[in-house]
Design a binder for this molecule. Structure first.
Ligand code: C2E
Ligand code: MG
Ligand code: MG
Length: 898
């Protein structure tokens, strides 16, 4: 019957009796534990107590026994006092039935009432009524006898003691049992003392009940606290494992799992039951094809030695997971080995973060290429190869030309996009041949392992430059940049990574010096050139402060009238030790260092100031660097220079090169517009040397196009296409209403040609070289008329030959072959990538040494211009020009060449 009681009664009952063998309901234990941790009153325990109190305090599960107890005690009394009167029999039988009815009544109460006092309203009558009826039955028996019979009295006391025992610990009903029973017994005697005793008994009973309740509550709390204490460690471990931060494991002596939490089993998609008894290898990869950590783990397990924080892979299919495992062998009290016990936590995230950090430390986050660290490691590895013969490689250093302009004008996101495209093109060109890395900014490095052939490297460098110089599309803009490459080889140019990179860097500088967009191999004289450049930069700063810059003026002649229409202002630097320097030597340094801004402003102001002294019909053209052009203050500077000099803005012409169109954006258009608003003229300089897109002509309001001297030079040579190109440019400019100046006209033949081809203006040595402002003033005073003078043809006849010669550059000896020669120079083969302007002493024969300067070079060929012209006989004999003796020429030759 007790088993069939409702859950509320049975659960709470188990708890309140404190049956240690049975599990305490988790909900109750948890609530108590949480409250106790937070240092608050243990509400959970009170509610547990209340629940206990409500159900179990009402009626014992053994109360049904009372039906038998009543009947049995009456039978027991009958042995001593004979058959009881009928009324007593009837009342005792009714009491037994009422016991059973009372049980159903209490159950009804549990169902309809919640509060303990409400349930007590059902429980109290359920025990009081049968007890009172039983008391009445036994009392009547005594009453009929006229005295208290020993038998019935003892039987009553026995029954009421059993009822008390059954209800022991139950509030409300414990004393109800006694009071109701005795009330029934004494009811027949109408004894005042009995009534008084009962009346006293009621408040005592209530008082004792309260005390008992308090004691019960205290004991319950104590038990809860003890229970919590005893389970604390277990709870903490349980919470820890549930949180997923780590877990524990234990094996038996055979390595079979003896402990694993359900949460851990879930990690393996299994139930705990399935995993217990399985071998430890279910948790960790311990097979033979495993990693270091797993092999170490297998060793420790077989050696029965402790291990700490071993990184092992989890044997999970389809996902890569790593554990960090710690464990130690365990022994029983007799020292027998009983298994392993340990813990583990998930390492996967940590390892991923570490891998990501390693990746970031090795690779450039923007382009995904190897970064400086990684690429230098690659180079070091190659140079540290075990065998000397393997320590061969080539290093390319690349620098993007004009990248800074794109970054400055289109913004950094565009710059980033450009770098990404550059890296993709680089990877495509280099492909399997080498490793590509980004050193930072617009600097890249390529490493090619193994022995290298210079021709192949030159070819690769050429392809790289060609690929990187193709137009890019960035955020809807068409962007064109270039690239310069410096090449150094191991072991020839260095055997350490530092030396090799430094030398490749010098070669890169040489490539940039040579006009960018080209490659250079390292050569020993580059060190002095780099030092020279650094010195030049320092000197230039001093020169600006000391006012050592000058403007020279070269007349520009109108073809139709042969009169001076204006001058081009060309900057000169009167260097204290090197003499007069051409801008070709220092403008780039000035642009690289930002000095160009101040120099350019000075040039505009000085040119305007000089122009104010000259006739109204004369103009002056000033060269404007793309860096000046990008400066929004340029229109302000121009306006102020014009106003200060008090000249007509139409007399000032600004010469701009095509590179200003690189960052083809609205700023460029706005600059053109504001310069035009001032009223100055605009000329497009060096047309044909850059990207020469006709769309510039459509967009920009140029008044003049200057055809670069590269087209004029050689235009008169048979088979040259330059003439056709000049003709098409002039017809284009004529139809657009622009002027055309042919630059660098040196010979009468060239002058004739450009005139014939329709150039409206000519500028070149055939009329005048640039001279200073005073000379220009004097020149103008003698009238505007200009007279052409100079050689008719550009170069003397060439003679082909194959003659071995020895060349000496600053003590370094090379051998070469003259392929062809004229009075003024020769083409020599055999020296690679010689920087222009390199001076040589050339031993043509035992008694003839010529001084010369490289004018150009391409791969292993260069053009040498002799300091003193030579005579070439019909038999190929080379001799000094008549009238110049070797003795006479020698000191001059050495001085110039040295
Ligand atoms: P550019 O504007 O094309 O100037 C023409 C160059 O050709 C000048 O060289 C001039 O001396 C030279 N030249 C003129 N006629 C002949 C000739 O018949 N034969 C030869 N071989 N050369 C001739 P320069 O003065 O050395 O200037 C070189 C470049 O430096 C200029 O080329 C210009 O781009 C730049 N530059 C000169 N002055 C300035 C300046 O004040 N500011 C800026 N930003 N650049 C300047
Ligand atoms: Mg110019
Ligand atoms: Mg020019």
């Amino acid at each position: 019957m007790a088993q069939s009681e409702p859950d509320a009664v049975s659960n709470a009952g188990r708890h309140a009796t404190g049956d240690a063998a049975r599990p305490v309901p988790v909900r109750v234990r948890k609530a108590g534990a949480v409250a106790a941790r937070a240092g608050e009153p243990a509400d959970g325990l009170f509610s547990a107590f209340a629940a206990t109190h409500a159900a179990d305090a009402l009626l014992s599960r053994r109360w049904n026994c009372m039906a038998g107890v009543f009947a049995g005690s009456a039978a027991f009394a009958a042995i001593f006092a004979g058959i009881p009167p009928v009324r007593s029999i009837f009342l005792i039988a009714a009491a037994s039935l009422l016991v059973l009815a009372g049980i159903y009544f209490v159950r009804l109460g549990n169902r309809v009432a919640d509060a303990p006092w409400q349930r007590a309203m059902f429980a109290v009558p359920a025990v009081a009524v049968p007890m009172a009826v039983f008391g009445l039955g036994m009392g009547y028996w005594n009453f009929r006898a006229g005295e208290f019979l020993e038998g019935p009295l003892a039987a009553f006391i026995l029954a009421s003691v059993i009822a008390t025992l059954i209800q022991s610990g139950k509030r409300y009903t414990l004393f109800t049992v006694q009071i109701a029973g005795w009330s029934g017994l004494l009811a027949w005697f109408h004894s005042p003392s009995a009534v008084a005793t009962l009346l006293v008994l009621v408040p005592i009973a209530v008082l004792v009940d309260r005390m008992q309740a308090a004691a019960q509550r205290a004991s319950l709390l104590r038990r809860e606290a003890e229970l919590r204490l005893s389970r604390r460690a277990e709870d903490i471990l349980h919470d820890f494992e549930e949180s997923g931060q780590g877990w524990f494991w234990e094996t038996d002596s055979k390595g079979m799992l003896a402990y694993l939490s359900p949460a851990t089993a879930r990690l393996f998609n299994m139930s705990r039951g399935d995993m217990i008894g399985c071998h430890l290898s279910k948790l960790f990869e311990t097979g033979s094809d495993s990693h270091d950590g797993e092999r170490t783990l297998a060793f420790h397990l077989s050696a029965r030695s402790a291990f700490h924080e071993l990184a092992v892979r989890a044997p999970l299919r389809g996902e890569e997971r790593w554990w960090s495992v710690t464990g130690k062998p365990i022994y029983d009290s007799y020292g027998n080995y009983v298994g392993f016990r340990g813990s583990a936590h998930d390492l996967t995230e940590k390892r991923r973060t570490q891998e990501e950090a390693t990746r970031l430390a090795r690779y450039d986050s923007l382009t995904g290429l190897a970064n400086r660290f990684q690429i230098s490691k690659t180079l070091e590895r190659l140079l540290d190869a075990p065998r000397e013969a393997q320590r061969t490689c080539a290093v390319f250093l690349l620098d993007l030309d004009r990248f800074k302009q794109v970054n400055d004008t289109l913004g950094h996101p565009a710059g980033d996009a450009l770098l990404t495209q550059v890296s993709q093109r680089l990877l495509r060109v280099v492909a399997e041949r080498g490793r590509v890395g980004r050193l930072g900014g617009d600097e890249f490095q390529v490493i090619l392992g193994g022995a290298q052939v210079r021709d192949d490297l030159a070819n690769l460098a050429h392809r790289i430059i060609e690929s990187l110089s193709q137009p890019y599309s960035i955020e809807g803009h068409r962007v064109i940049i270039g690239a310069s490459v410096g090449i150094a080889l191991a072991p020839e140019d260095g055997t350490t990574s530092d030396a090799l990179v430094r030398n490749a860097d010098l070669a890169l500088y040489a490539a940039k010096d040579a006009g960018r967009g080209c490659y250079r191999f390292y050569a020993t004289d580059l060190h002095s050139r780099a030092e020279e450049k650094r010195q030049l930069e320092q000197d230039l700063r001093d020169a600006i402060h000391a006012g050592a810059l000058e403007l020279h003026y070269q007349p520009v002649i109108e073809t139709a009238t042969e009169e001076i229409s204006g001058f081009e202002a060309l900057m000169r630097w009167n260097h204290p030790t090197r003499g007069m320097l051409s801008p070709a030597r220092f403008v780039e340094v000035a642009e690289d260092t930002g000095l160009i801004a101040a120099m350019g402003e000075w040039a505009i102001r000085t040119a305007c100031h000089d122009l104010a002294r000259w006739p109204e019909s004369v103009r002056v053209a000033v060269n404007v660097s793309p860096i000046q052009f990008a400066n929004p203050q340029l229109p302000g500077i121009v306006t102020s220079a014009i106003a200060q000099a008090g000249i007509d803005p139409q007399r000032l012409e600004l010469e701009i090169t095509e590179s200003v169109f690189l960052a083809d954006d609205s700023n460029t258009d706005a600059m053109f517009a504001s310069l035009k608003r001032i009223g100055v003229r605009l000329a497009l300089d060096d047309f044909g040397t850059g990207y020469s897109s006709l769309s510039y002509l459509k967009k920009a309001p140029f008044d003049k196009i200057k055809i670069d001297q590269g087209f004029v030079r050689g235009a008169t040579m048979p088979g040259s296409r330059n003439g056709a190109i000049i003709a098409s440019i002039t017809s284009l400019t004529q139809s657009l209403g622009m002027d055309t100046t042919a630059e660098g006209v040196e010979t009468l033949d060239e002058l004739e040609l450009v005139r014939l081809l329709g150039c409206s203006h000519v500028q070149g040595y055939v009329y005048d070289k640039p001279f200073d402002a005073d000379e220009a003033t004097r020149r103008l005073e003698s009238g505007l008329k200009a007279v052409a003078s100079g050689p008719r043809a550009s170069r003397g006849p060439r003679q082909t030959m194959l003659r071995k010669v020895v060349l000496d550059h600053e003590g370094e000896i090379y051998t070469g072959t003259i392929r062809n020669i004229s009075a003024n120079g020769a083409m020599i083969e055999g020296l690679w990538n010689v920087p222009p302007e390199t001076t040589f002493k050339i031993a043509v024969s035992d008694d003839l040494i010529l001084a010369g300067k490289a004018r150009w070079s391409q791969e292993n060929r260069m053009g040498i211009e002799f300091q003193i012209p030579v005579d070439i006989g019909a038999d190929g004999r080379i001799s000094l020009k008549r009238g110049v003796s070797q003795e006479e020429g020698k000191p001059r030759l050495w001085r110039q060449a040295g």
